[in-house]
Design a protein around this ligand. Sequence first.
Ligand code: FE2
Length: 343
Amino acid sequence: MKKSLLFTSLLGLGLFIGSCGTPKEESQEVNVYTHRHYDVDQEIFDKFTEQTGIKVNVVNASADELIERLVSEGEQSPADVLITVDAGRLNRAQSMDLLQPIQSEFLNNTIPSEFRDPEGHWFGVTYRARIIAYSKERGDVNLVKSYEDLAKPELAGKVLIRSSDNVYNQSLLASIVAANGEEKAEEWAKGVVANFAREPKGNDRDQVKAIASGEGDYAVVNTYYIGLMLTSENEEEKKAAEAIGIIFPNQEDRGTHVNVSGVGVTKNAPNKDNAVKLIEFLAGEEAQNTLAGFNFEYPTNPNVKRDALLDTWGDFKRDPINLASLGINNEAAIKIFDKVGWK
Ligand code: FE2
């Protein structure tokens, strides 16, 4: 814990221990740039070190900062592994040529193909569903069964969703572009904007709170936030989450949009073998069990059980689209958001 803090502060000074001036030979360490900032990740890195003797050096920053940093460091980058959430970001890193393809029989056999880049530039470690939360008091589950239904005129003034600069929404719209084509996706986005309960603001949790306070009846939210709110020590959050039910959209057709927390080996990784070992460890049952018991994300390793709270929501059909196409359709999604005035 202390070590990673030290790293973060040294990073601010533009320093990186263990790499300054060293040529590209493999040492018994691996340097991780991560957007995730959970204690559970450090716990897993510690286990990895215990079992392999490979030290894990962690740099925490926002995904945008990490990507910017990888660009500016170029070939001199000490980073071996990039961890971030949302395939949209992983695809962005890939399209900027910041990741290298990895061939690992273990990863290919363990992680379902829709959760990894077909060329091996990145691998999903956990996944989450972007569901529709509805007011138990005022919502109608017969009226809203799909993302498409959010554009129904009956929902005028009832829909809550965060802004379009958020990558979760960009990836959701990218999945709708992939499923229905750009024209239909634009019509949909226009319809949703017409149904806004308010101008988009706040994060996913704020949309749930806005249902509880009566500002709207339906909200688009990632599943783990509902889990975190239901188990929160903050009474307001807990009450808000208890006031909503969950709709897994599009169960009668393509399935619910899901996305990953994922990981890839950086283009210029000085410790590539160790990077692959770490990613394999993250996909293995021990780490997946730890990840599944935290944060209410679904493990991508199908041999690992999800958290019991997620069992109460039951099984659901996932949109089987390969998440790499979310990156391909990201630009189209952003254009549509701009065009329809989704702030
Ligand atoms: Fe999130």
